[in-house]
Design a protein around this ligand. Structure first.
Ligand SMILES: [Zn+2]
Length: 114
């Protein structure tokens, strides 16, 4: 019996600490934040890594992106054939490159500004 009461007390105290921490620092997303998407960062996708985070680039910046060195080892890359995708009503270009040194592939989603 004392084990059950002890367990319940530990759970209540832990949940209480969690609520206090969340009230002070807002750790858990609020319903309003989730509905509007304001203040939310997409986890795991840096700029250009996914259609939702596509980079807006000029034609000049696009050429610089094709020649950009490897993110992992800084080695030179070979530009591969581009793909096109439509996301959220916009036509995006997917720029592919492969590192000559470590063979790491890179795909960058871009929206080319005219
Ligand atoms: Zn590399």
């Amino acid at each position: 019996m004392i084990t059950i009461i002890g367990t319940i007390l530990i759970v209540i105290v832990t949940a209480g600490i969690g609520f206090l921490v969340d009230r002070k620092w807002a750790v858990i997303y609020r319903k309003k934040q989730l509905a509007t998407g304001s203040g939310l960062a997409l986890p795991g996708h840096a700029a250009g890594e996914a259609p939702a985070t596509a980079l807006e680039v000029t034609a000049f910046a696009l050429e610089a992106l094709r020649r950009k060195n490897c993110d992992a080892c800084r080695g030179e890359t070979d530009a591969l054939a581009d793909d096109t995708v439509t996301f959220d009503g916009r036509d995006l270009l997917v720029v592919h490159a492969r590192c000559r040194r470590c063979n790491r592939g890179r795909s960058t989603y871009v929206f080319v500004r005219n």
